[in-house]
Design a protein around this ligand. Structure first.
Ligand SMILES: Cc1cc2nc3c(=O)[nH]c(=O)nc-3n(C[C@H](O)[C@H](O)[C@H](O)COP(=O)(O)OP(=O)(O)OC[C@H]3O[C@@H](n4cnc5c(N)ncnc54)[C@H](O)[C@@H]3O)c2cc1C
Length: 369
């Protein structure tokens, strides 16, 4: 669900509302001082757990680890085709982060007259801007399926949802040829982003999905042939529960932005830009990545691309209407870049500080951006 055409204003906006999203989902925030010390050994040894340690065994066709947007979508989809499902979640509720869904050619976008004629062009631009490192097949899947997937999500709505397509329609004076790079309007933004995902959760429950909250997944269980057959999790009282999966385990545990050792080793630029503090979302510990690797999975070599939600290095009010200066008063680059690109420059300035200078005519000038 990454919005690749994100512009600076969109990034700043997303970051601001994202911060609110954290509060809305009631996740505890760690202070910088509480961040764990960095270590090179981010993988560590898998915990020693066997069937003999389990106080309880629960079974389903599909076991999903993590009740975020991905896990709840998987639960809904699997129950829709008749699978029995258990979702194992370490907190006491489901998680909804993010208010903007990056999609192309959804029913909603088409109804507004915003259609992408050639999805390949979008994927090519993404790959070009990322040095051809991305998995193109995966991006193509997004380009072709994000629209129908959003339609499927929208099918749940009852009219109480408030959402809009960001930066659409484009202003009359908008001249794409003057943009730093080609843009597509992919961001569908929700005013209340918990509401639609609550429906997703409820739909999966109505279709039979069970949610095992306060259950921390520790290790994937395997049979004698090395096939993954389930997951071991620790309950709130410390007892171990085995969740057996007849058809498969889906890991949807989110990112590893709060695991400082992983960030340092795998996403060094993010480590650098967050001054070693990582992202302050305590549930994002890379547990799923580690469980998958312990079970024999492969991880893309570092450096991984980062999406900088550090909130420390945001751009200003916009780009074209402003002048960007560092602490020494030097203009350090082209103002007409995306928010993430702007952040990449700010963290390379003295003290990681940049100033956006604009004058009293900014409200008028912003309209021309
Ligand atoms: C502040 C903020 C704002 C964001 N805004 C946007 C946005 O606007 N648009 C966008 O596309 N993306 C946004 N993102 C990125 C966003 O995190 C992801 O798009 C989205 O949350 C990914 O969903 P997910 O289900 O993969 O992971 P998550 O939402 O992180 O869900 C993972 C779940 O797994 C659980 N879990 C983890 N480990 C275990 C374990 N060992 N055992 C059991 N459960 C476990 C967690 O508790 C959590 O509930 C934002 C991120 C942040 C931090």
């Amino acid at each position: 669900m990454m919005d690749t055409s994100i512009g600076r204003r969109q990034f700043v906006q997303a970051a601001g509302v994202g911060a609110a999203a954290v509060a809305a989902s009631a996740l505890p925030l760690a202070s910088a001082d509480e961040a764990p010390a960095a270590s090179e050994d981010w993988l560590g040894e898998p915990p020693m757990i066997t069937d003999a340690d389990c106080a309880e065994v629960r079974s389903a066709d599909v076991v999903i680890v993590g009740a975020g947007v991905a896990g709840m979508s998987a639960a809904r989809a699997a129950t829709e085709v008749g699978a029995s499902v258990i979702v194992v979640e370490q907190t006491d509720s489901f998680t909804v982060r993010g208010h903007t869904y990056g999609t192309i050619n959804s029913r909603y976008q088409k109804s507004l007259g915003c259609e992408v004629e050639d999805p390949t062009e979008v994927v090519n631009e993404i790959c070009r801007s990322m040095g051809n490192r991305p998995n193109q097949r995966l991006w193509m899947k997004w380009a072709l399926e994000s629209g129908p997937t959003f339609d499927w999500f929208e099918d749940l709505f009852d009219g109480t949802e408030e959402y809009f397509l960001e930066f659409w329609p484009r202003p009359e004076q908008y001249d794409e040829s003057k943009e730093f790079r080609k843009q597509w309007n992919t961001g569908i933004e929700f005013v209340d982003w918990v509401n639609p995902q609550t429906k997703q959760y409820q739909k999966s429950v109505d279709q039979g999905a069970e949610y095992a909250f306060n259950m921390h997944a520790e290790l994937l269980a395997k049979d004698e042939n090395g096939v993954v057959t389930g997951v071991y999790a620790t309950a709130a009282d410390g007892s171990i529960v085995k969740f057996e999966a007849a058809k498969g385990v889906i890991l949807t545990t989110g990112d590893y932005g709060h695991n400082i050792a992983m960030v340092k080793a795998l996403c060094p630029e993010f480590y650098f830009s967050t001054k070693g503090n990582g992202i302050k979302i305590e549930t994002s510990n890379g547990d799923g990545h580690k469980m998958a690797i312990w079970a024999g999975g492969w991880m893309e070599p570092s450096p991984h691309a980062h999406m900088d939600h550090s909130f420390q290095n945001m751009g200003g009010i916009g780009n074209v209407a402003s002048l960007i200066l560092n602490k020494k008063g030097d203009r350090f680059g082209n103002e007409d870049v995306d928010g993430q690109m702007y952040t990449n420059q700010i963290v390379r300035q003295p003290g990681m500080v940049g100033y956006t200078i604009f004058d009293m005519h900014w409200p008028e000038m912003v309209k021309n951006q």
